[in-house]
Write a protein that binds this ligand. Structure first.
Ligand SMILES: [Zn+2]
Length: 218
């Protein structure tokens, strides 16, 4: 088992998908509508519809998002009212809103088989909150890559544990060191999901999910 590489925020492009690899993948959450309803697959806001997508989508296109924010399929109300400031990217104005908070209840699954490389159980140690990193091997090249599942509530796996494709690793949550991020997640709960290579360079997670989970296998 390898420790995951350091991921750098200086990475601002995605690697080409390793299309020659043939491994089957499993959806990481209950949501399976990326092929048919990509608008619903991603957590986003009315004012900044690009926010949860991979790539140059953060801070109205000024900051690179290394993963994707997969919207919760099922939520329950928290009973709290959340104050959050959204930016309307069409004109740059900030819009303070107060909306009922919700909490995601989806189970989170490993997309393909691998070994748990890192488990962070402290909810506020990093902006990723509680998270799991799994090490995988591409079947043809034999090279190592990693998947990352962030902002979890519960984690049900241990470092070093072997995980099969589709095996549950925990439940979606709203954990992060950033209070702003926690407020955003209480309004738009999601799984932050990343895929990166042995050097920590990211792949576009949506291109890999679409490629390795063909529509016919839904
Ligand atoms: Zn994210």
């Amino acid at each position: 088992m390898n420790a995951p590489p350091t991921r750098s925020i200086a990475n601002t492009t995605f690697l080409s998908p390793p299309s020659e690899e043939g491994c089957p993948w499993h959806w990481p959450t209950l949501r399976t509508d990326l092929h048919t309803a990509p608008d619903r697959y991603t957590a986003r806001t009315l004012w900044n519809p690009l926010y949860g997508l991979p790539g140059w989508t953060r801070d109205c296109g000024r900051r690179f998002h290394h993963g994707c924010d997969i919207a919760a399929w099922e939520t329950r109300p928290t009973g709290q009212i959340i104050d959050v400031v959204m930016t309307d990217c069409r004109n740059g104005t900030d819009i303070p809103i107060s909306v009922p908070g919700v909490f995601p209840v989806d189970s989170v699954a490993a997309v393909t088989e691998g070994r748990v490389s890192e488990v962070t159980t402290l909810p506020d140690q990093s902006i990723l909150g509680r998270h799991v990193i799994i090490e995988h091997i591409w079947p043809i090249s034999g090279r190592v890559f990693f998947t990352l599942y962030a902002h979890l509530d519960a984690i049900t796996v241990m470092p070093g544990q072997w995980i099969s494709a589709g095996q549950s690793i925990g439940t979606m949550g709203t954990t992060s060191a950033s209070a702003d991020a926690r407020r955003w997640m209480a309004v738009a709960p999601h799984l932050h999901f990343e895929v990166f290579n042995e050097e920590g360079r990211p792949y576009d997670p949506y291109r890999l999910l679409v490629h390795f989970i063909p529509f016919s296998r839904r």
